[in-house]
Write a protein that binds this ligand. Sequence first.
Ligand code: FAD
Length: 393
Amino acid sequence: MSGLFSAAFLRQIGWDVDVYERSSVELVGRGAGITGHPELFDALEASGAGTKDLGVEVPKRIAIDRDGRITDERPLPQILTSWDRLQRLLRATLDEDHYHLGQTFDRVEQDESGVSAHFVDGRVEYADILVGGDGIRSSVRGQMAPEVQPIYAGYYIWRGAPNEADLASQTLRTVYPQFTFYLPKRQQVIGYPIAGFNDELTPGKRRYNLIWYRVADAARLREMCIDENGAQHDFSVPPPLVRKDLIAQMRADARDIMPEALLDCVMKIKQPFFTPIYDFTAPAIVFGRVALVGDAAANARPHMGFGMAKAGTDAQALARHLRNHDDIDAALTAYNTERQPIGNCIVLHGRKLGCHLGVNLKTEEDRRMHDLLQSDGAMLDWIAVPNFLASYR
Ligand SMILES: Cc1cc2nc3c(=O)[nH]c(=O)nc-3n(C[C@H](O)[C@H](O)[C@H](O)COP(=O)(O)OP(=O)(O)OC[C@H]3O[C@@H](n4cnc5c(N)ncnc54)[C@H](O)[C@@H]3O)c2cc1C
């Protein structure tokens, strides 16, 4: 997404841009829900991708208890969208000739006049700059700043998006139309409606995005990362290979703690999968003629649901500085000066919210935040709310 955003904004200021994607097939069907933030909507509009049929609007957020009773609520209209929808909108801004699938970046060489990007198949491309939008485990960052490594937060999430049509009528009546929180001790279950496959927004054809935060130490996570065939994975397991015994245990645990409507959602997820939560900040996001954007530059825990908005606003800032400076190096320095601290700020905010789960509480401030977030109302006020960056300005 940050690569596509960068291409869209740079083309607007008259640059020739090509995007090189490792995957050999179009990236579709990732299925994750994305919280809408004003910064994301602005970036989508400004990039030319637009916000047409972006997602499902919820009128409010609620917290419920084990019996499904509402314990607290806040009126907060929010548009919830999906990775697939955003990918389609952004992908349409770039024509085929400039989007290259099956190209895995290997390394970059540079001098004062530009870069040469080398791909694993031997291809070499020359350019004024290289933008690394290659995600949390960025190979570009791996070469430029190998010491910067994502840090495991001590918790992970089970995820999935059951079809609206499969859910019980009680689920559809109670939790489905809202941004819903259920907060047993040291866990979070969060759900909201999103578009169906092929961006369907028609009632009955949508899905429900469900995420369940659970604590696990590094040893437990490593064990979870052994897949159905017995192979050990380093960071996470591709959804089709998640072990059946883990899924069965997860469903049994859900039976023990979940309110009926959320349990219904868990049981209707066809292929549950888990994502370990990592984060990191980098001391610099520009290295000569190489600039990092999005998750490659800084990656926050997903409590604010702001990753996509960050991808868009990083790319927007990069293009703005390149437009406003005659000198490319000065523009990249200005980009670093503006966006590196913002990335830091987003990551630190995510850590603050992660204190709810009570993992690695190191400082008095961590413990204060942990205590504050034990109330359902506080979680409704803090998690994935719009305009949180304003309080840091
Ligand atoms: C559990 C979870 C929930 C989330 N929820 C939200 C949410 O509600 N709202 C939100 O805005 N964000 C959310 N995010 C974050 C969001 O998914 C990312 O911030 C967003 O995808 C932008 O990332 P990106 O484009 O920088 O990187 P990515 O999406 O990781 O894309 C990187 C791309 O680079 C490619 N690539 C990698 N290596 C190479 C290489 N060597 N050569 C060529 N290509 C390569 C990859 O194939 C990929 O297509 C969530 C993330 C997680 C993990």
